[in-house]
Write a protein that binds this ligand. Structure first.
Ligand SMILES: NC(=O)c1ccc[n+]([C@@H]2O[C@H](COP(=O)([O-])OP(=O)(O)OC[C@H]3O[C@@H](n4cnc5c(N)ncnc54)[C@H](O)[C@@H]3O)[C@@H](O)[C@H]2O)c1
Length: 461
């Protein structure tokens, strides 16, 4: 098939690469000239494991080309994917200006039947407006087209695998003809295709992200209780996750979710609910808990070191919003670095892939960019683990101990093995775990809890 993908970021570039790898002819379009020039030269503008090989292979086989012109990109395409960004606006709603702009350009340059597919995450009703804008800008009234919603569920860090073999594919459209075209693209996948109307497809994406964010906030709340009651949230999450009804994914307690999707999508879903005169109470709490989680983490630091951090130097492992990516958009790690710096601390930072992006966000004041994880620790007052890169989990603790000025670790991702860390004599602050026996258990309250369970059990588990 002949396809065009507009917006060559994390979703669009990976999408264009995988679609071409399936044997389709794909043109990638982006407004960012520098990005397109880099891709054409074979340089990846983002870090995604496995992406470079696929892009280079398909460019060399002439199935994948890039341009900055929407007119050239869509000329021969049967399907045009819109993959531009939809960041959060001041009101919490998704900023759809790039989608509208692209829809207008597509409309002006239509030259025959095409299916226009929105892959960007967009609120309910957006695709209907996309259809209207395209229709208003068509060069001639006789040109036919359909719109479809095909939300993307890939995870940064494993987006190549996710795009090539999704758990499911969602396609929403009010046109059977469009469904038939989309079926031809996806029918070779061995996973279900959920075919539905436009609005349901748009909601599936937000409902999925809202639910995953709720799982994270749920386990973070459990972590709070674990810390107070002397339980270990990692053990609790494992015990919960083995139940198939619960599932182990997104049950890692930590400093909260960040990134380019969850914060903005949860906010946008909440805005959709209030726009519909409904207060999505659970989602409101999900957001509040997420903010509180980083504050709780900072409070541990302040309780240990005091509120004035002038004269302190901290080693920071991890700047990306999660492991396996260079993306720092809404990274909780970056926010914590800023807070520590704001209180007077100097930071020695390292991330395997996000150093360039972090430099743009943090600048040079009181931040030293180190070449590896051990260099950050030289003479530091404490080590902070803020992103779950595998290489941080395997840090050599005896080496860490010799490098740090004092043996203190703040593990915001529960990445290290508490027993080993404590055995080595570190003071270890994790999330949802006691710190070297510091938690006092209120046995009177525990007794009351036992009584409540005995008398008030509903028998449900
Ligand atoms: N990143 C993810 O993990 C992920 C996962 C699922 C869905 N999504 C959604 O997919 C969409 C894209 O996300 P992303 O992370 O790929 O964003 P991104 O910022 O990495 O990429 C967007 C691209 O669109 C380009 N662009 C903007 N305006 C344009 C225009 N008028 N014409 C042509 N190109 C234009 C930008 O230059 C940029 O390269 C968002 O709606 C996001 O919510 C993202």
């Amino acid at each position: 098939m002949k396809l065009c993908v507009i917006g060559t970021g994390y979703v669009g570039l990976v999408g264009a690469a995988i679609f071409s790898d399936w044997g389709n002819d794909v043109v990638g379009v982006d407004i960012d000239t520098e990005k397109i020039d880099r891709i054409k030269k074979g340089e990846m503008p983002i870090y995604e494991p496995g992406l470079s090989e696929i892009v280079l292979r398909n460019i060399s086989q002439n199935r994948l080309t890039f341009t900055t012109s929407i007119a050239d990109g869509i000329k021969d395409a049967e399907i045009v994917f819109i993959c531009v960004g939809t960041p959060q606006s001041d009101t919490g709603a998704a900023d759809l200006s790039a989608v509208w702009e692209v829809a207008k350009d597509i409309g002006k340059n239509m030259n025959g039947y095409k299916v226009i597919v929105t892959k960007s995450t967009v609120p309910v009703g957006t695709n209907e407006k996309v259809k209207m804008i395209i229709r208003e800008n068509l060069p001639g009234p006789q040109i036919e087209f359909d719109v479809a919603s095909n939300p993307e569920f890939l995870r940064e860090g494993s987006s190549v695998e996710d795009m090539a073999a999704p758990d499911r594919t969602v396609v929403g459209s009010d046109s059977e003809k469009a469904h038939a075209v989309m079926r031809r693209l996806y029918e070779h996948l061995n996973t279900p295709i959920v075919e539905c109307d436009l609005r349901s497809a748009e909601m599936i994406k937000y409902a999925s992200n809202g639910f995953l964010a709720a799982k994270i906030s749920f386990i973070n709340e459990i972590a709070q209780i674990c810390e107070r009651a002397g339980a270990d949230v990692t053990v609790v999450a494992r015990g919960m996750g083995l139940d198939k009804r619960v599932g182990s994914a997104f049950l890692n307690a930590g400093i909260g979710y960040g990134g380019s999707c969850f914060p903005k999508d949860v906010a946008a879903l909440y805005k959709t609910s209030t726009d519909q005169d409904y207060d999505f109470k659970l989602l409101r709490s999900v957001m509040e808990v997420n903010v509180a989680q980083r504050e709780n983490f900072m409070n541990k630091v302040l309780r240990h070191f005091g509120k004035n951090l002038a004269g302190r130097t901290f080693a920071i492992l991890g700047l990306a919003f999660k492991g396996n990516t260079d993306d720092i958009r809404d990274s909780v790690s970056i926010e914590i670095v800023k807070k520590l710096r704001g209180l007077g601390a100097k930071l020695r930072v390292y991330d395997p892939e996000a150093m360039y992006n972090a430099k743009q966000a943090l600048g040079a004041v009181n931040v030293e960019y180190c070449l590896d994880k051990y260099e950050t620790m030289q003479g530091a007052d404490a080590l902070f683990v803020l992103t779950e890169w595998k290489e941080f989990a395997t840090v050599e603790l005896d080496k860490v101990k010799t490098l740090l000025k004092s043996p203190v670790i703040f593990d915001g991702r529960n990445l290290l093995d508490r027993a080993k860390v404590e055995e080595m004599g570190f003071t270890y602050f994790a999330v949802g775990k006691r710190t070297n026996g510091m938690v006092k258990i209120d046995t009177r309250n525990l007794y009351q809890t036992v009584l409540l369970n005995t008398n008030g059990s509903t028998g449900q588990h």
